[in-house]
Design a protein around this ligand. Structure first.
Ligand SMILES: *Cc1c(COP(=O)(O)O)cnc(C)c1O
Length: 393
């Protein structure tokens, strides 16, 4: 018997839950792609996104996922033979570095493991040693979606400044925009990449790159091999379709507009705060479970835990039956582990975007029921802890 006959809930770290309002905005006839609504909507999307990410710089949009945005950013400011310093705190940093390597860039990995944040002191030391400024860019991940870790980007910039190094700071915010506080200009980020399918609550398909004047100058001096990724013609677009190097992603733009309407109405500070409360409820629950039995949090330091995704591990205990119970008996889909030593000995809870207390508490209570149904040992008081955190707000 399965009890799963309501609306299924996806708590995977992307794509996130798509609001009905976003789906409904996309359910319409094809629009004029030369003038009218779509043109106005697109410019308002850029305006609101710049507010959300805290920049007065430029923004471009590509029809692609996060990997495309990764490649777009690299293509504009680096060329084969250039060196980068890649700060690794989980598999997404490695993924971006690998992609750079395939483009002929020479990435140097500074490894910080899979459960602790970047150490600014090590970065400062490495950059001071680069006396001839061979390193063209420092590449980091804000929230790493595999480890559930959040890096302190302002501290990273401070380390680069302390070393007096001119490298560009490039940050992957695919998991964090719309979930975590991010202040591009205040934190001194030169290039930031994100995508629409996580905190921005829209089906996968829009990749964004934001950049400042410093990055634009580097791009102007960088020979381009790909006209599609080149951001210059998009920024300087004479005709609307130049912004997309062709047909606009029509329905995605309507969907993204609806999602941004929701974010702007709530207020970005409130959006960040809501994610902070939900993340806290989830980590407090896991801490209680971990008092007895196999489950524990990957990130020990509470200041380094992401507000967008939580990675739960075990020492060699297979969580596949628990995930299957949640999905088949209750309609709750949890995330697999990725980029760790194991795919089965734990799971991830995505908590990005369109979520409220019934969804978060419902997911936690469902996992709690799964632990009981499968006789997996766990500490008491987990749900009471979550409920208290939601009550405190
Ligand atoms: C999801 C994600 C990506 C990759 O995005 P895709 O759309 O799957 O290509 C990159 N970086 C981070 C931090 C992510 O969470």
């Amino acid at each position: 018997m399965t009890l799963s006959h309501g609306r299924d809930l996806f708590m995977t770290p992307g794509p996130s839950v798509i609001p009905d309002r976003v789906l409904n905005a996309m359910h319409r006839a094809a629009p004029n792609i030369y003038e009218g609504d779509l043109v106005d909507i697109t410019s308002s999307i850029f305006g609101d996104l710049k507010t959300i990410v805290g920049t007065k710089g430029e923004a471009v949009l590509y029809i692609c996922n996060g990997h495309g945005a990764w490649e777009a950013a690299l293509n504009n400011v680096l060329q084969p033979g250039d060196k980068t310093l890649n700060l690794a705190t989980g598999s997404f940093a490695h993924g971006w570095a690998d992609l750079a390597g395939k483009m002929g860039v020479i990435p140097e990995i500074l490894e910080f493991g899979k459960s602790s944040a970047i150490d600014p002191a090590r970065i400062e030391t490495r950059l001071r040693a680069d006396k001839s400024h061979e390193i063209k860019a420092v590449m980091a991940t804000h929230t790493d979606t595999s480890s559930g870790l959040r890096n302190d980007i302002a501290a990273l910039r401070a380390a680069m400044d302390a070393a007096g190094h001119p490298a560009l700071l490039m940050v992957d915010c695919v998991a964090s925009i719309g979930c975590e506080r991010f202040e591009m200009d205040n934190w001194g980020v030169d290039i930031m990449v994100t995508a629409c399918q996580k905190g921005l609550m829209t089906p996968p398909g829009l990749g964004y790159v934001f950049f400042n004047d410093k990055a634009a100058k580097v791009a102007d001096a960088t020979p381009k091999t790909s006209p599609y990724w080149d951001w210059a013609p998009r920024v300087k677009a004479e005709y609307f379709y130049h912004q997309f190097s062709g047909t606009a992603p029509t329905h995605h733009l309507f969907g993204q507009r609806a999602a941004l309407d929701m974010i702007m109405a709530e207020g970005i500070e409130n959006v960040w705060n809501r994610h902070r409360v939900f993340a806290h409820a989830i980590t407090a629950t896991v801490e209680k479970w971990s008092l007895a039995g196999p489950l524990f949090l990957n990130i020990e330091n509470p200041d380094q835990r992401s507000n967008a995704v939580t990675t739960i591990l075990t020492d060699g205990f297979d969580c596949t039956p628990l995930r299957q119970w949640c999905e088949q008996q209750a309609g709750l889909t949890l995330g697999l582990l990725i980029g760790l030593d194991t795919y089965t000995d734990g799971f991830r809870i995505g908590h990005m975007g369109h979520l409220n207390p019934p969804m978060v508490l419902g997911a936690l209570a469902t996992i709690d029921a799964g632990l009981k149904a499968l006789s997996i040992p766990h500490g008491d008081g987990a749900l009471a802890a979550a409920s208290q955190i939601i009550a405190n707000g």
